[in-house]
Write a protein that binds this ligand. Structure first.
Ligand SMILES: Cc1cc2nc3c(=O)[nH]c(=O)nc-3n(C[C@H](O)[C@H](O)[C@H](O)COP(=O)(O)OP(=O)(O)OC[C@H]3O[C@@H](n4cnc5c(N)ncnc54)[C@H](O)[C@@H]3O)c2cc1C
Length: 458
């Protein structure tokens, strides 16, 4: 990349933005360019810390005029590293932190610079909630645009099922307020279609009253029988109960006996959207599967579901997202065998029972088309350095192939840099065709290409 466009873009943005322009010489450049996954080390030409919608328009216009590649960054959790771009412009929305909670109407306008944890903490003060995922530091930008599967998925649906409206700046610099009645095609596309259609600057969410949940971590030994039993209990549970079963090598947690470290366990995160007096019966089938190694299930505000995080943690991981039809004993045994056969620092098959409220929305109502899928799975392995990566990737690929049943889908928010065929699997059938048409309409030059790109065909 020649320095002409970079100098041009830097000078233009320094002169015109209300927010900051950060370049390689700045002391916080490295901090600000760092994203969550450790394997991605890109050096953007500049980071534009936009302060408002006008700034977003200016950055988009500058990227178009200079031809510099553009990436949009919110919480920085993209496993493919899409929120950074070498030699290009990172449009960083983290300073878009407006928040307006209407307690009476049970809605909130939220700037897309907020994280899931920040928004959850703010609404929880009013006993209200919108569901996100399992991690507080994930940005509401990325998780919402891709769908959002978390601790309330069976109770209230995906995050997008509570998205009422969004303000989006499109590739031609237009600021569109989109909802079910205004630009409904765009509203359909941004509910699952990711960052393809514009920069979302704020979202309006529906909030649900939920003063407390009963949940947390339940650690069980992982055997073919407990895995099968856990997923059967999760499928049979009332909609209040959403679960994430991490069948994994046991982390060296201080409260777990040392002889169990690195052994296969089910590290389950369970959330019953109910007070303890009601939830105890709902949780009993999980507790009955085996003598728990650790049982931390308790009544708490929903914020308690987010474990503490280390901001300096940047894991090296390979992963594959997929959906399963069912989890039986043979599949459970296959997972246990694979975890025992690997010596990676951490290896995991994450199983999320779906259904409930999420499945009651029509498949074609949004661009997230996996409403009928039964179980979301993510096969992942940590690795240590590039030399270690190929065999960990082989472990993931082999196990994912062995677990595959009939559901060919993929969840866009868990894709790694898997290529166009996998993006096609994230958007099956008519969903893909409609997204292509809308990408052509809203981003014909593919400005927003640092994402899971919907092809424009041009
Ligand atoms: C530790 C971890 C746990 C996770 N847990 C869950 C989970 O439980 N449930 C779940 O559903 N997902 C989960 N995810 C996946 C997560 O939802 C996606 O990685 C999501 O894209 C991250 O959003 P972000 O804003 O943090 O990431 P970023 O990397 O900042 O953004 C990812 C992409 O989203 C787009 N984007 C972000 N903000 C905007 C915006 N304002 N306007 C336009 N485009 C934008 C861009 O294309 C960008 O490249 C998890 C990821 C990690 C790393």
């Amino acid at each position: 990349m020649s320095h002409g466009p970079i100098t041009d873009a830097t000078d233009t943005l320094r002169a015109r933005l209300t927010g900051r322009v950060v370049t390689p010489g700045d002391p916080d450049y490295d901090t600000l360019r760092t994203i969550v996954y450790g394997g991605v080390d890109r050096r953007p030409a500049l980071i534009a810390r936009v302060a408002d919608v006008a700034d977003v328009r200016t950055v988009i216009a500058t990227a178009r005029r200079t031809g510099l590649p553009l990436a949009v960054r919110c919480g920085g959790h993209s496993a493919a590293g899409h929120s950074s771009v070498a030699g290009g412009i990172v449009l960083d929305v983290r300073e878009l932190r407006m928040l307006d909670i209407d307690v009476r109407a049970r809605t909130a306008w939220a700037g897309t610079g907020l994280t899931a944890g920040e928004l959850t903490a703010a609404t929880a003060e009013h006993g209200l909630v919108v569901g996100f995922g399992d991690t507080a530091s994930v940005g509401i930008g990325g998780i919402t645009l891709g769908g959002g599967v978390g601790y309330l998925v069976r109770r209230f649906g995906l995050t997008i099922d509570d998205l009422l409206a969004a303000e989006v700046v499109t590739a031609d610099g237009e600021v569109l307020m989109t909802d079910a009645d205004h630009h409904p095609d765009l509203f359909w596309a941004i509910r699952g279609g990711g960052g393809n259609f514009g920069v979302a600057t704020r979202f309006r969410y529906r909030l649900h009253p939920l003063p407390v949940v009963t949940g947390g971590m339940l650690l069980l030994p992982a055997t073919a029988a407990t895995i099968e039993g856990f997923m059967a209990a999760a499928a049979a549970a009332p909609d209040e109960v959403s679960t994430i079963a991490n069948v994994m090598s046991c982390p060296p947690m201080p409260f777990v006996p040392a002889e169990l470290h690195d052994r296969p366990v089910i590290l389950a995160m369970i959330c019953a959207a109910a007070p303890e007096a009601v939830a105890t019966d709902m949780l009993a089938p999980f507790r009955a599967l085996a003598v728990p190694i650790t049982d931390m299930l308790a009544e708490m505000p929903v914020t308690g579901m987010y474990p503490p995080e280390d901001p300096d943690y940047h894991p090296l991981a390979v992963a594959r997202t997929m959906f399963l039809d069912h989890v039986d004993r043979a599949l459970g045994q296959r997972i246990v065998d694979a975890i025992e056969a690997s010596d990676a620092p951490m290896r995991v098959v994450q199983l999320r029972a779906l259904g409930g409220a999420m499945a009651r929305v029509a498949v074609d109502a949004t661009a997230f088309a996996h409403r009928d899928s039964e179980v979301m799975a993510n096969v992942a392995s940590f690795y240590v350095g590039e030399d270690d990566r190929p065999r960990r990737q082989a472990w993931v690929d082999e196990l994912a192939a062995a677990l595959h049943q009939t559901d060919d889908g993929a969840y866009v928010n868990f894709l790694t840099d898997d290529g166009p065929a996998r993006i096609r699997q994230a958007y099956p059938g008519a969903t893909f065709d409609r997204l292509v048409e809308l990408k052509r309409r809203y981003d014909p030059t593919n400005l927003f290409r640092s994402t899971e790109v919907i092809p424009t065909g041009v």
